[in-house]
Design a protein around this ligand. Sequence first.
Ligand code: GDP
Ligand code: MG
Length: 452
Amino acid sequence: MVKKIIPVVDSYQERAVAVGVEIGKPKSDFTLEDSLNELCLLAQTAGIEVIATLTQRLEKPNPQTYIGAGKLEELKAIVNELGANIILFDDELSPRHLRELEKHFDENIRIIDRTALILDIFAQHAATREGALQVELAQYEYRLPRLTRAWTHLARQAGGGGGRAGSVGGVGLRGPGETQLEVDRRDIRRRIAHLKEELEKVKSHRRQYRRRRKKSGIPVVALIGYTNAGKSTLLNALSSANVYVADQLFATLDPTTRRVILPDRNEILLTDTVGFIQKLPTHLIAAFRATLEEIAEADVLLHVLDISQPTAQQQAQAVFQTLKEIEADHLPVFTVLNKIDLLKDPRQTINILEQYPNSVAISALKGLGIDDLMRKLEEFLFTRQHPLTLELPLRETYLFQLFSREGAVDKIEYSGNKIILQGKIPGRHLAKFTPYLYKFPEEKTALRELIP
Ligand code: GDP
Ligand code: MG
């Protein structure tokens, strides 16, 4: 099915036809159309206008051209008719699919997949050195297996095609019997090794910083959520900090931490993070591991959900899926329903609050519900005692002391080299004890439900 979109802005030079393919049964709750709509927003963020969309449902991808032969003809016709210069695939194309598809189109028509697009947006928005290094590494790792003569040629002509990460570094002295392509591959490999070393250094800095932060004893709350949910806006609202806020996907790439004083003068460190998105390629997650590790190191997660989105529930699921992947799904989650100012009927807020029983409704932009959120967050972290039962190894004397000091011990039982401990502890300490929860799976899930 082809859907033409009437251009809103005609100043775009990049005009794309977007192609969405559903292989087999739907793998997530995002429909083909939801995903394609999101791709259009991603494209817009990257300065590309999508002028038509094309969809297909397949049992399995065509081994050569990914889409079927008939669909390929349809695509060619629409690209010609509309004068598009980009074909944008909503999935990651294998190097082989990309090469085969390129054979069917003119050299001036670029074929880009979702991964390349997200990488490009990441590259545009990396603000710190670490962010820039991570994106560059991910870009090279993505490009290495996809390197073709044509690509190298174009990249060199364009003088590095699209920023730092596009240039191969000009070391290209050809060894005996080496082709240009081999030289390029060798350069890229060398660059990848160098980037990895640099990142390792940044990482050890970050570790030291984290250690210092831990010593301070101030609880760390990490803002998490789907991209564009309003995390940076909320950080601003809570801290009046001047963090970069933009109506773009992935405006924030690097974690920014601010100190926030709550109504009863308790302090927290609030950390902004990169947004999650469905179909975030695995090697991209790997590239951003250091950034994402910040999340796993937090004491509590503040999950921001854009409740004005029809796909809010699916977005929440994508967030929890990513948490699992970065092994941060043991942390207590506090849910914030954001953008209530966009709901047409105020009664909708009440309905939605009922759907998410443990949540606070706010508008980070209009400052609605912020006081309520601060009070409930403070209560959760500092005042309320959360009941739990632990199976604590005797060697964890530090944790035992912490529990006795900050919590309330109701019952204690010794069993071999373990203590079975029943009691209560304020929210800011919960995460430290989750690895030792008694009756593990149930309690672990129950923790998720702990909210203001
Ligand atoms: P992030 O990607 O989660 O950090 O999202 P941002 O904080 O950058 O916000 C994305 C967009 O949503 C920006 O245009 C914000 O102005 C807008 N936004 C954030 N919170 C609200 C809100 O409560 N109401 C409305 N209407 N817009 C909001
Ligand atoms: Mg942000």
